[in-house]
Design a protein around this ligand. Structure first.
Ligand code: ADP
Length: 486
């Protein structure tokens, strides 16, 4: 079976969040279990000429956009394991400082940029002679691919029997644009209906993926159920409910080559569940990094995009309370200006107790995972969440809200004293969060119990192989829908 994974970001090329971790690791995981998998993404400025060796191939494309054509070039590079990655290049669209926009908002031509990318993928497949059994698309930036496969390109040989799988990593970002952008996509107005890509008078690209792909998935079981309901559906709950027979939840695997305290190259000392002495050194290193004094109190880490999704307003509302507890807080994040300002203010108010770094800093993210005692993730919603799973591996006890992938990966240690791996709270409410933090503090004070919770978390295995095998089942399912044997 031959699969093309299309994504707007993928490690090690370009990353803003978990999507990149998944889109980078999945093709490699598939190759390890014998599936031929290629990756395709835009060629952004951050990818740079020198970081990856690029090959020449049949690489020029001309991409129809409305009444004109935009030229592009598809570069090819070899991945560390020998696989192929393709980079769709058009400097006008992608040679920019950020992937999607600045902290003040999205780039205004995002519809055009990602329409170019999707249609570029289609044109490149036609032109390059490469043939894929399944096109696996991720999030709104690639959602037009399944639409094209079933409309404008439906009669063309490479697409006639190609299965399409569309994975939702975050329903909060749908690629919503004004209706005047529709002609740019080349799609007819007949698709601009509530059964197609129309969404309350606007063009909704993610909806296109949800309507047209053969098989749908999202990144945890719980989230796959939540998004069929109004509270988490962001207006698309009806479409998702209608397609519930084709909607699956597969929890993300973790790239343990990158995120493993036994081998991590970013941290002060390596350690394992059997010998945690290295974690103490990581803790000292993290305290020094943030200029915090070394005390017995637990150190709680937070890493993430600072957006409404991540529950930063709960941290803000509980800030005074948190600062008054026997704990210290280190926060690494970047994102929306108002949340950046809110956490910076917290850091200014409580120096020595709350330390803030507004940045995107992968090395520091590793140091926090290794050096913190606990990890707080109070998300409003969380499709899967990676940091809580990294935290388990690093012996950093997660305190999470009972939603989406957080609910599927962390067990409350009070509710389940035998198998609990963290602390879980239900309501999106500062009171509930404080209660979970208090329960974690009480457990921390009981050293043997805490050690046991740490050990259980470190023993959990979220490696990619199991998830990759589940994706193969979805690919086979998509092929069956196309009348082909899986
Ligand atoms: P999301 O995809 O919603 O951003 P996830 O928990 O699934 O959330 O994945 C977030 C990923 O991005 C993790 O690998 C995390 O370490 C990383 N990350 C997020 N913010 C930062 C940051 N400011 N600096 C470094 N890494 C970050």
């Amino acid at each position: 079976m031959k699969v093309l994974v299309a994504s707007a970001e993928a490690v090690p090329y370009a990353k803003t969040g978990g999507l990149a971790d998944v889109a980078g690791a999945l093709p490699r995981a598939l190759r390890r279990i014998g599936v031929e998998a290629d990756l395709i993404l835009p060629y952004y400025r951050c990818i740079g000429k020198d970081r990856f060796p690029l090959w020449e191939g049949p690489r020029d494309i001309r991409v129809p956009l409305g009444h004109r054509e935009e030229p592009g070039v598809v570069e090819e590079t070899e991945e560390a394991d020998g696989g192929r990655a393709f980079l769709v290049r058009n400097d006008g669209y992608f040679d920019r400082e950020f992937l999607y926009g600045t902290r003040d908002g999205d780039y205004v031509d995002n519809c055009e940029r990602f329409t170019f990318f999707c249609r570029g993928v289609m044109e490149w497949i036609l032109r390059s002679g490469r043939r894929y059994d399944v096109l696996h698309c991720h999030d709104w930036q690639t959602a037009l691919v399944p639409v094209y496969v079933n409309t404008l390109y439906a009669d063309m040989e490479p697409f006639r029997s190609a299965g399409t799988v569309f994975t939702v990593h975050n329903l909060g970002y749908q690629g919503l644009f004004w209706n005047h952008d529709l002609p740019l996509t080349g799609l007819g107005w007949d698709l601009f209906t509530p059964r197609g890509l129309e969404f309350y008078g606007k063009l909704n690209l993610m909806k296109g993926g949800l309507v047209f792909a053969d098989v749908l998935s999202t990144v945890s079981e719980t989230y796959s159920r939540e998004i069929q309901k109004e509270e988490y559906g962001h207006g698309l709950e009806g479409v998702l409910y209608e397609r519930r027979e084709d909607l699956y939840g597969i929890v993300n695997g973790i790239d343990y080559d990158e995120w493993n305290p036994a081998t991590d190259r970013w941290i002060a000392a390596n350690y394992t569940a059997a010998d945690l002495s290295g974690k103490k050194e990581c803790r000292r290193d993290l305290l020094a990094e943030f200029g915090l004094p070394d005390r017995e109190e637990p150190l709680i880490g937070i890493i993430g995009r600072l957006t409404v999704q991540k529950g930063i307003d709960l941290i803000e509302q509980a800030g005074d309370w948190l600062a008054a507890q026997p704990l210290r807080l280190v926060i690494l994040g970047s994102g929306e200006r108002r949340y950046e300002e809110a956490i910076l203010e917290l850091g200014r108010k409580y120096p020595g107790r709350v330390a803030i770094r507004v940045a995107h800093d992968n090395a520091l993210a590793h140091k926090i995972e290794a050096g913190a005692d606990a990890y707080l993730m109070p998300s409003r919603y969380e499709p899967c969440g990676l940091n809580q799973i990294y935290s388990l591996k690093y012996g950093t006890v997660p305190i999470v809200r009972n939603t989406g992938g957080l609910a599927d990966t962390v067990r409350d240690a009070d509710a389940d004293p035998v198998a609990g791996t963290g602390f879980v709270f239900d309501e999106y409410d500062p009171g509930d969060m404080k209660d979970a933090v208090s329960r974690a503090l009480a457990a921390f004070a009981d050293r043997p119990r805490w050690k046991e919770i740490v050990r259980r978390g470190m023993e959990k295995d979220f490696s990619w192989e199991a998830s990759a095998r589940q994706y193969v089942d979805l690919y086979e399912n998509a092929l069956r829908k196309r009348g082909r044997k899986g």
